[in-house]
Design a protein around this ligand. Structure first.
Ligand SMILES: *Cc1c(COP(=O)(O)O)cnc(C)c1O
Length: 221
């Protein structure tokens, strides 16, 4: 689906909930997408992208950033502390902080590289054992640690609802947590449900397949 159509759908969802389209950032999730497809979006003027693997982003993005230095890359995947340095060097926003250990490693690298990046805390709203994100009952403590101990710039919360559940409850929960902590940004909503996420206050939606088509790894599966 072309970029213009997605923007149209964002505008219409914003209208329904009395919000401004400029308050909803579209993060184009380009994982497993070839560089040609990414470059087509860059040529169309889009600048905000998301990837979930450090190695893949290191392979694909340096040439694209060379041509489009104002492109902004969000990290959306599980981050191992030993990859914190590479992630800080390549990405502009880290959306998936979920432990004190990772927060500490990221801050150390940000200081070392003099790149103080905005971060989101990923919340495991569905309490799924296999999923990244801090458990809801530990969110407040982690948020306090990130801000007060580690000194990270935490700008928002992020969640990936369980695939087999209606996402609205999770969007509502994330919204409530953000209000309680007084954080501004909410990264939630993907191809199938971004309009609903916008109704619950998403400031960042992460859209992959609806923009780029089916992923190369999905075809292989
Ligand atoms: C892949 C991915 C997306 C995009 O999913 P689509 O269903 O393709 O829109 C969003 N967020 C995260 C964290 C992802 O890994």
């Amino acid at each position: 689906m072309p970029l213009a159509d997605i923007k149209e759908r964002i505008a219409s969802a914003c209208k329904t909930s009395n919000r401004l389209p400029e308050d909803v950032a579209l993060v184009a999730v380009s994982k497993f997408q070839p560089a040609e497809k990414i470059e087509a979006l860059l040529k169309a003027g889009h600048r905000v992208f998301g990837e979930n693997r450090v190695q893949e982003a290191e392979d694909k993005w340096p040439p694209l950033r060379g041509k489009y230095p104002d492109a902004q890359l969000h990290f959306l995947g599980h981050l191992q502390t030993n990859k914190a340095g590479e992630a800080v060097a390549l990405f502009d926003v880290i959306e998936t902080v979920d432990s004190e250990k990772l927060a500490t490693a990221l801050k150390k690298e940000m200081d070392r590289q003099n790149r103080p990046l905005p971060c989101f805390i990923q919340v495991n709203t569905g309490d799924e054992p296999q999923k990244g994100g801090v458990a809801p009952q530990n969110l407040a403590a982690l948020y306090r640690f990130c801000k007060e101990e580690a000194g990270l710039n935490v700008q928002g919360l992020m969640c990936i609802p369980p695939v087999d559940e209606i996402p609205d409850l999770h969007f509502a929960l994330l919204h409530k947590y953000a209000q309680e902590l007084e954080v501004r940004n909410l990264s939630m909503g993907m191809s199938e449900d971004f309009e609903s996420a916008i109704r619950y206050g998403a400031t960042h939606i992460r859209v992959g397949t609806a923009l780029f088509g089916i992923r190369e790894n999905d075809i292989a599966l």
